[in-house]
Ligand binder design. Structure first.
Ligand SMILES: [Mn+2]
Length: 280
């Protein structure tokens, strides 16, 4: 049991991938631990929307919450922005139409594109998926801001095409232009596994496969990762599930897959969760 850290003046609750499961999010936040405490900050680990049944209600609920929210962008959130921009089309498993058809669409898009891709506060870094081993905290935030700047620009609908694609799968400081932007975006919003040399792998996501191949590791097990000493909060990996170590927290507990929605208080790592089985 970790003692409550009173040097953090606020309560920070990090919440895993909601993916449009608004009923479960409201149930989670109706817990009496969230009442009568005005100094609460909610951190959402990205993928607030898509695949689940109530994406529009979820995003409007988060946008209008009376609590401070920090929401990092996940791959599904970027997919909505790219779909709105005309770059991508929705697929059959997407549940974004109600947002795209909403009279509120411009407010939602403009709110989303000003969210960060990485957030650091009180020794905790939150990203949706992960970071490359060569990035320290300062570099991670600086690289995230390269993508944020594109999305916040008035030409964002043109810019956004630069961030989609699978190359380069390996990070080099010398990467330029679209390859650089795609590699940053893929690490922050899509990475799960890599080769031991740090090449991103997108064709598999089952952590059990790692055991049969010594050459494949989760991004956070890469040797000499420069963010080893700070706590990284991430989502995006429901097959990994709730996974907490001294300096790592995966909070994607598969709400949209009928598992659960989880929140962790960063001050003392108290966990609360809502069971999502038979509710979707
Ligand atoms: Mn994701």
């Amino acid at each position: 049991m970790i003692e409550y850290d009173e040097t953090i003046k606020k309560e920070i609750w990090a919440i895993g991938d909601v993916q449009g499961c608004c009923d479960q999010l409201q149930e989670l936040l109706s817990h009496n631990i969230f009442s009568d405490n005005k100094n609460i900050e909610l951190w959402f680990a990205g993928d607030m929307i898509n695949r689940g049944p109530k994406s529009l209600k979820t995003i409007e609920y988060i946008m209008s919450s009376n609590k401070r929210n920090i929401c990092v962008l996940g791959n599904h959130d970027l997919h909505l922005l790219a779909t709105f921009a005309g770059l991508r089309k929705t697929s059959r498993s997407d549940t974004l139409e109600e947002i795209l058809n909403s009279p509120n669409i411009l407010d939602i898009i403009n709110w989303l594109r000003f969210r960060p891709l990485a957030h650091f506060d009180n020794g905790n870094l939150m990203v949706h998926a992960g970071v490359m081993a060569q990035w320290d905290i300062k570099k991670t935030l600086s690289l995230a801001s390269e993508i944020q700047d594109l999305l916040r620009d008035k030409n964002w609908q043109n810019n956004i095409k630069k961030i989609f694609g699978n190359t380069s799968l390996v990070w080099h400081d010398e990467l330029k232009n679209n390859k650089r932007l795609r590699t940053i975006t893929n690490a922050l919003t899509r990475i799960r596994l890599c080769t031991i040399k740090g090449k991103m792998i997108f064709s598999i996501k089952d952590p059990k496969l790692i055991e049969s191949d010594n050459n494949i590791v989760p991004w956070f097990r890469l040797p000499d990762r420069k963010t080893k000493d700070i706590t990284i909060i991430f989502g995006h990996w429901s097959s990994l599930g709730l996974f907490i170590e001294e300096n790592l927290m995966c909070l994607d507990t598969g709400c949209v897959w009928g598992k659960s929605l989880t929140a962790v208080r960063l001050n003392d790592r108290k966990i609360i969760s809502v069971n999502c089985s038979n509710k979707i």
